[in-house]
Design a protein around this ligand. Structure first.
Ligand SMILES: [Zn+2]
Length: 444
């Protein structure tokens, strides 16, 4: 079977299987493709209609939205107008989960759970239709790059679903145990199977990219045409390393447990909001931010009828671009995106620093360290003046590299910090298989 026949075989099988489960991914992809060809005004009208339907359903079917603050705000106002709705804090998904579930029972409801890396686990129920729409979003946006559904894919992710992964032509390598042998297996898959797409966690794909170049320096310059990153914060150095070592075109997607897909990069490099899936607002405290202002992302799901979330503050922050993207897609652009505020660390003089600052400096370190000398690194803060750094290291790991790691802590958190460097065979992953470059030691 050639690549094209193989891709069509897997696409047809995958769409058929998902339809049997009530998730009409194929028809939804075609619907989304028709919507994305609308002019901006018609597209905005469409998303406003989808939003009104979602709000009307939420108000009548969700117990929480006819109680307390919501009852006060909505009883004498038009509940189909989003501006009347209070903000739903993410913590309420844990404390008020049962009151957020719709009264009507829908068969086939399933849950998506957060990794728990930033506090208590959030579990969100989805109806099969909503699941279908979220998968359709993923596949539709890959079409922007000319990658059809069913294309041969290497997936580096926390876990998989053996049957479904085979059906959609995905070979999964778990990131929970990214040992030398596991990286070798992924490398051989790249070299021998030549997938069209490599998809998954940026920390893992960057590690694989370095591994391939360190151990097979004469491998073809381009090992995979496309790499799609998601699931973790992406650092520019990771993108550069992946592009350089795998010879791939790299793009990013952004989503969350609460909402599913939220934004996806287009070929022109803009991060487009999937506004035919979620309605996104930026808030400053309890008020919508001014146009172009940086603030909290507040999201409303357009299709989830099992646990309809309206104006949920998910903890990430960002900024909307005032300008449309030259690519012509009618979806608005999220020009800036910063991960959860919960990832703040305190320095020796009491200043708060976002953990991504460590990630940024570490990526620079990894991209300049000799290939193969360092695997992953984890910075653990025991208290404001004491850090413990776990390093997966090989023969090439020198005192000079250890000093550079200490310097990352000293320059970010204060020269007086004590920094212990501990060389380990494998840095432990989060339960989800996601990788974090930094964490507080008590949260381990
Ligand atoms: Zn664009």
């Amino acid at each position: 079977m050639n690549h094209h026949a193989e891709q069509r075989f897997h696409k047809n099988l995958y769409y058929a299987l998902q339809s049997m489960r009530g998730r009409h991914v194929g028809p939804f992809v075609r619907r989304l493709q028709a919507w994305e060809r609308l002019d901006r005004a018609s597209f905005e009208h469409l998303t406003r209609m989808l939003l009104r339907d979602a709000l009307s359903y939420a108000r009548t079917h969700v117990p929480l939205y006819s109680s307390g603050e919501w009852q006060t705000a909505l009883s004498r106002a038009d509940a189909n107008e989003l501006s009347h709705w209070p903000v739903l804090e993410r913590s309420m998904l844990i404390t008020h989960r049962s009151q957020l579930r719709a009264r009507r029972f829908t068969p086939g409801v399933f849950a998506r759970n957060s990794s728990g890396s930033t506090g208590a686990v959030v579990s969100v129920s989805y109806n099969p239709h909503a699941g279908g729409w979220s998968w359709a979003q993923e596949y539709r946006s890959m079409h922007w790059f000319g990658i059809p559904t069913g294309s041969r894919t290497l997936l580096l992710w926390g876990g998989g679903h053996p049957l479904l992964d085979w059906v959609r032509n995905c070979r999964v390598f778990s990131t929970k145990n990214l040992t030398f042998d596991q990286l070798e297996r992924a490398k051989h898959y790249l070299l021998e199977q030549r997938p069209v797409l490599c998809m998954g966690l940026p920390s893992a794909i960057a590690q694989l990219a370095r591994h391939v170049r360190a151990h097979t320096p004469h491998a073809p310059e381009q090992l995979v045409p496309f790499v799609k990153l998601g699931g973790e914060q992406v650092y520019p150095f990771q993108r550069e390393e992946i592009a350089q070592h795998l010879g791939a075109r790299v793009f990013e997607s952004y989503g969350s447990t609460e909402m599913g897909p939220i934004a996806h990069e287009c070929p022109a490099g803009s991060r487009h909001i999937m506004s035919d899936h979620v309605y996104l607002e930026i808030f400053n405290g309890d008020e919508p931010a001014r146009p172009g202002e940086f603030g909290d992302l507040v999201l409303t799901s357009l299709f989830n009828r099992a646990m309809p979330l309206v104006r949920c503050r998910i903890g990430d922050r960002g900024r909307l671009s005032p300008d449309p993207c030259p690519c012509g897609l009618p979806h608005p652009v999220l020009s800036e995106l910063v991960g959860r505020a919960a990832d703040m660390f305190v320095t020796t003089d009491g200043t708060l620093v976002h953990g991504s600052e460590i990630g940024r400096r570490l990526q620079l370190f990894l991209s300049t360290a000799p290939l193969g000398s360092v695997g992953q690194v984890l910075f653990q803060q025991k208290d404001p003046a004491h850090w413990n750094v776990l390093v997966e290291s090989a023969a090439g790991f020198t005192d000079e590299l250890a000093a550079q790691l200490r310097q990352i802590v000293h320059s970010t958190f204060g020269e007086s910090c004590r920094v212990d460097i501990e060389r380990v065979a494998l840095v432990p992953r989060e339960k989800s298989g996601k990788y974090r470059y930094y964490r507080r030691a008590e949260s381990t």
